[in-house]
Design a protein around this ligand. Structure first.
Ligand SMILES: [Zn+2]
Ligand SMILES: [Zn+2]
Length: 265
């Protein structure tokens, strides 16, 4: 049995909470390191926490909004020209991501081959589970402003779910059924317009309800704007969840996924 550990690297929303990079979450298990999302500031923070001699084996993107993918660019240069030449991570992309990333780098380069020198690029979709190192991963379409995939990782009977950025959807709780740890965004203000057409984020209370309906064992909130109140968001989520511990994720904290937010020193 291999312990599955989660270390949030960055937890900011699309703008910055002080001292927090944008979205990036490290999963460790089976001797492998998998980074889920790679937003601005994530690689710098990763190197400060772990060092260049701890290569990331794979990166899985939930979607290609800036706050979830922009550090693919400095990481590429670090691998090709810098201190990360020993790294050769897989890069797992959801449907449509190649085209969006090609248009992004067209500001300074020709085409998607810009990424090929640094990354072993793979595509995934929601039709079947796929293997990323020792992890079995499945993906779910969730509503957002662009294509976005919730992700579920399984390793030796332990499960970790990541909501990605998403609007309200009934599909998420069944997809996350029984996960040991649910990492859910909570970017939308509780007093915001919940009936807004096409709403692309959820509230802390909604995150708590998803955890409750899924029968998750524990809940971590991320993507919470600091101005909404981190502790207030935690309390709102906990009131809706009720059956397990709730924390607001912070960069550098390390959790044993199977043990209800037990810290790993
Ligand atoms: Zn985001
Ligand atoms: Zn987004």
């Amino acid at each position: 049995m291999t312990a599955l550990q989660l270390t949030p690297i960055g937890t900011s929303p699309a703008w910055y909470n002080p001292g927090e990079p944008n979205s990036g979450f490290l999963l460790e298990g089976g001797g492998r390191r998998v980074l889920v999302d790679c937003g601005s500031g994530v690689i710098s923070r990763y190197l400060a926490l772990f060092g260049a001699d701890h290569p990331i084996d794979a990166i899985v993107l939930s979607h290609v909004h800036a706050d979830h993918c922009f550090d693919l660019v400095p990481l590429k240069y670090g691998i090709e020209f810098g201190t990360l030449r020993d790294w050769s991570p897989q890069l797992w992309l959801p449907p449509g991501a190649r085209d969006r990333l090609t248009r992004l780098v067209s500001a300074w380069d020709e085409d998607f081959s810009y990424f090929d020198g640094a990354y072993d690029v793979r595509d995934y979709d929601t039709s079947a589970a796929f293997d990323v190192g020792p992890f079995t991963v499945s993906a779910l379409d969730v509503p957002h402003y662009i294509e976005s995939k919730a992700l579920r990782f399984e390793l030796d009977g332990t499960s970790f779910g990541y909501s990605s950025d998403l609007g309200p959807t009934e599909a998420i709780a069944p997809f996350m059924h029984g996960v040991d740890l649910l990492l859910a965004e909570a970017a939308f203000p509780e007093d915001g317009d919940l009936d807004m057409p096409g709403r692309g984020h959820i509230t802390a209370s909604e995150a708590g309800r998803i955890a409750h309906d899924a029968g998750a064992h524990s809940l971590l909130l991320t993507h919470v704007p600091e101005e909404l109140g981190l502790e207030r968001s935690r309390e709102l989520a906990a009131a809706a969840f009720r059956s397990g511990p709730v924390h607001v994720a912070r960069s550098g904290e390390r959790y044993d996924v199977a043990h209800r937010l037990a810290a790993v020193s």
